[in-house]
Design a binder for this molecule. Structure first.
Ligand code: SAM
Length: 177
């Protein structure tokens, strides 16, 4: 079975946008407890490297790191474990909420910016980027550079995402370099 309810969100996004292709190298940021990694492998990924602040119980075929994805040392480790550039860059990362709306907003945007910067560094031409954003966090300064550097940028709220949640996903395809 899938380890998380989040697994269904990736399944729905993949059914709609054809994100995962056979033989892909996949990076999964904010991977715990491992649902997205399971789905990527199930749908034919050749290599999945997952990282999370929390421990991720082992998944056959996946390389899992416990640590902060914003730490350059962990980023170097990711690149080493991937053995090449990731064809697909996934981020389901969400910061712990403080209950203080403006602080949470800043954290959400900072995490999304970090993921995007790392994707710009790591993705090969033609690569795909899928990330969780939050309404209000999907600012123009995140989306404008994405629209310049990917041929297609779409938003979706998969049915498995709770209606009350402000999360949505951005699906950016065909990185131009
Ligand atoms: N996609 C996962 C699945 O299907 O099992 C669920 C991911 S959960 C919604 C979000 C995760 O992001 C949390 O486990 C959290 O620990 C992680 N996270 C938040 N900030 C992070 C960071 N700086 N580095 C690594 N992981 C982070």
């Amino acid at each position: 079975g899938w380890r998380s309810r989040a697994a269904f969100k990736l399944i729905e996004l993949d059914d709609r946008f054809q994100i995962i292709k056979k033989g892909m190298r996949v990076l999964d940021l904010g991977a715990a407890p491992g649902g997205w990694t399971q789905v990527a492998l199930d749908r034919g990924a050749a290599v999945v490297v997952g990282i999370d602040l929390l421990e991720i119980p082992p998944i056959p075929g996946a390389q899992l790191i416990q640590g902060d994805a914003t730490d350059p040392e962990n980023q170097a480790r990711i690149i080493e474990l991937l053995g090449g550039k990731p064809d697909l860059f996934l981020s389901d990362m969400a910061p712990n909420t403080s209950g203080h709306a403006s602080t949470d907003h800043i954290r959400i945007v900072a995490l999304a910016e970090m993921a995007l910067d790392l994707a710009f560094d790591l993705l090969p031409v033609g690569g795909t980027f899928v990330a969780k954003l939050f309404q209000g966090g999907a600012d123009k300064h995140l989306l404008d550079p994405m629209k310049l550097r990917f041929e297609s940028v779409k938003h979706a709220k998969p049915p498995a995402s709770r209606k009350e949640s402000s999360e949505l996903y951005v699906i950016a395809k065909n990185f131009k370099g």
